[in-house]
Ligand binder design. Structure first.
Ligand SMILES: Nc1ncnc2c1ncn2[C@@H]1O[C@H](COP(=O)(O)OP(=O)(O)OP(=O)(O)O)[C@@H](O)[C@H]1O
Ligand SMILES: [Mg+2]
Length: 289
């Protein structure tokens, strides 16, 4: 259900495609917390989740964190592509430049828009690579990139000064709930995953509120011991702790641990992740069983 471990490609062969990533900063220090959160969150992003955004004022180190992430976790990926997004008009040509390494018709043959569209389609389908990372650096308005951010098996990292990225993340949940209903399985999975996005955006209170609401609905709809309910509870205990509710976090973590032990078993990957305080992320596609 979760994918805590991805099979690692053979050493020395990855990433097969590595494009435009700025050189690693040898003086990079600290930021371990955000790099950890990104690794846990980004590494399990699912199709419907908008993206993980690194948001903050100028000069706080958003780009530096994204560069460090790309270098540090490069062996998790087959393809890493850096896209300067300051000027949205230029984003399609950055994407189109991926056409050739992906074995698609290049911009010379298909035009920039055509090549960029084919690249996005290949990324969405995960062909030929599923483990891709796209970094959009310095994106301004969420609307500018909304159509062009691939939702697929890979990961998307965005740096931006614009705090509206957070509401863009929330909007994607609101859209799904409006179409399918709040209690549809997909809405509940997406809500569980979006709480992780909010946590990655340094919004523990918002992550906690969404987690509490989702957990309440999961418990009444699916029961206390259902795996998604337990995953949501495990994540909520992380957010409660980050939000300062330590005793409540401890109680929930202990209750969740006991329920895992009694149902899936303490050795199940979800139970182990929860016991280590790692977040769980749930796949929407393929369909949940
Ligand atoms: N953790 C770090 N260790 C060492 N240097 C850092 C770190 N974070 C940022 N820097 C340095 O600080 C400067 C500003 O950081 P960076 O360019 O990442 O900011 P930013 O948030 O992307 O800014 P902007 O919004 O202007 O794009 C850069 O020279 C960068 O190398
Ligand atoms: Mg920057």
């Amino acid at each position: 259900m979760t994918s805590p471990e991805r099979p690692l490609p053979a050493a020395g062969s990855v990433p097969l495609i590595w494009g435009n990533v700025p050189q690693r900063n040898k003086n990079f220090t600290g930021r371990e917390d955000i790099l950890d959160r990104l690794q846990q969150g980004v590494a399990s992003a699912v199709a419907a989740v908008l993206a993980h955004a690194l948001q903050g004022f100028g000069g706080v180190g958003k780009t530096a964190v994204a560069i460090e992430y790309a270098h540090r976790f490069r062996s998790d990926y087959e393809l890493v592509w850096w896209i300067p997004a300051d000027d949205p008009v230029l984003v399609p040509s950055s994407l189109a430049a991926l056409a050739e390494p992906l074995g698609l018709q290049t911009a010379m043959a298909a035009g920039i828009e055509g090549a960029a569209a084919a690249v996005l389609d290949a990324l969405r389908r995960g062909e030929p690579y599923r483990r891709w990372l796209l970094i959009f650096d310095n994106a301004d308005q969420p609307e500018d990139l909304n159509e062009i951010i691939p939702r697929g098996p890979g990961d998307v990292l965005i740096t931006s000064r614009n705090h509206r990225w957070q509401s863009a993340v929330e909007t994607s949940l609101a859209g799904l709930e409006a179409r399918l209903g709040r209690d549809h399985h997909y809405s509940l999975i997406l809500a569980t995953n979006l709480a992780s996005d909010l946590a990655a955006l340094d919004q523990p209170a918002a992550a906690r509120a969404l987690g509490e609401d989702t957990l309440g609905r999961l418990r009444s709809l699916m029961g206390d011991d259902y795996p998604l309910t337990l995953g949501c509870a495990a994540n909520l205990s992380v957010d409660l702790r980050a939000d300062g509710a330590v005793e409540e976090a401890d109680r929930l973590a202990e209750d969740t641990r006991a329920r895992y032990a009694a149902t899936l078993g303490a050795g199940h990957p979800d139970a182990e992740a929860a016991a280590e305080g790692r977040r769980l992320d749930f796949d929407i596609d393929p369909p949940f069983i």
